[in-house]
Design a protein around this ligand. Structure first.
Ligand code: PGA
Length: 252
């Protein structure tokens, strides 16, 4: 059985004081909750606060990006070694905002995924299609292409442990959520693509999230789909009450 995992992606939101306040408020709201894995991917400057304030809560802490080298002349970048040194659990890789705005390509994303494993970080690999690709019927081809390219240098054991997030670009921050059935169909196809390459047993273990305008009001229906194992949540993860509702979706 795959344990559900709900992850907050704070993107470029929250000062240190705001991050601290969120942690104070989320602690009691998620106390005792262990049916679902929860994690928060914060801006790098807030990670130390989350590590300190979320100690012993079971809530994981993640970064939103990294550069695939231990150290070096890469001005402005953060390395997996630095994240490991801070005790970070997860790192989002290949988010569509990185692919689209910062022009990250599949080669760089593949190197990032490999490098995350070298430093004991669990990658949350994002894949997703643009609206015109969906309209042209290319969704599965585009997303499976991004996925298989990113997995190329991994062992089957590494593939098993990773988290994949299917995030249709047209659904991110737009309020347009894919229907639960559409999300399920694509995620099922992605699991099949993993099975074809690494075997069914490996594919059955990979946790695949949906992301794109997930809210407390629609999370339950999405999570009811057999292949959807979690959610990667932007906007609705910024308020403690809302994030707690998302994590506690089974109780609603
Ligand atoms: P959203 O963002 O929930 O605000 O649509 C999701 C994401 O980009 O991970």
């Amino acid at each position: 059985m795959r344990k559900p995992i709900i992850v907050a992606n704070w993107k470029m939101y929250k000062t240190r004081v705001e991050a601290e306040q969120f942690c104070e408020e989320i602690r009691p709201l998620l106390a005792g909750q262990d049916k679902v894995d929860a994690a928060i991917c914060a801006p790098a400057l807030q990670l130390d606060i989350l590590k300190a304030k979320l100690q012993n809560t079971g809530i994981g802490v993640g970064a939103q990006n990294m550069y695939p080298a231990a150290e070096g002349a890469f001005t402005g970048e953060i390395s997996p070694r630095m994240l490991q040194d801070m005790g970070i659990d997860y790192v989002i890789i290949g988010h569509s905002e990185r692919r689209e705005i910062f022009k990250e390509d599949n080669e760089l994303i593949k190197a990032k995924v490999k490098s995350a494993y070298e430093y004991g970080l669990c990658p949350i690999l994002c894949v997703g299609e643009r609206l015109e690709q969906r309209e042209a019927g290319e969704t599965v081809e585009v997303c499976a292409g991004q996925l298989l390219s990113a997995l190329e240098d991994l062992t089957a054991e590494e593939v098993e442990q990773m988290i994949v997030a299917y995030e249709p670009i047209w659904a991110i921050g737009t309020g347009k959520v894919a229907t639960a059935q559409d999300a399920e169909d694509t995620i099922k196809a992605l699991r099949q693509a993993i099975a074809d390459k690494y075997g069914a047993a490996t594919a059955e273990k990979v946790r695949i999230q949906y992301g794109g305008s997930v809210k407390p009001e629609n999370v339950k229906e999405l999570m009811a789909q057999p292949n959807i194992d979690g959610a990667l949540v932007g906007g609705a993860s910024l308020k403690p009450e809302s994030f707690a509702k998302l994590v506690r979706y089974q109780e609603a």
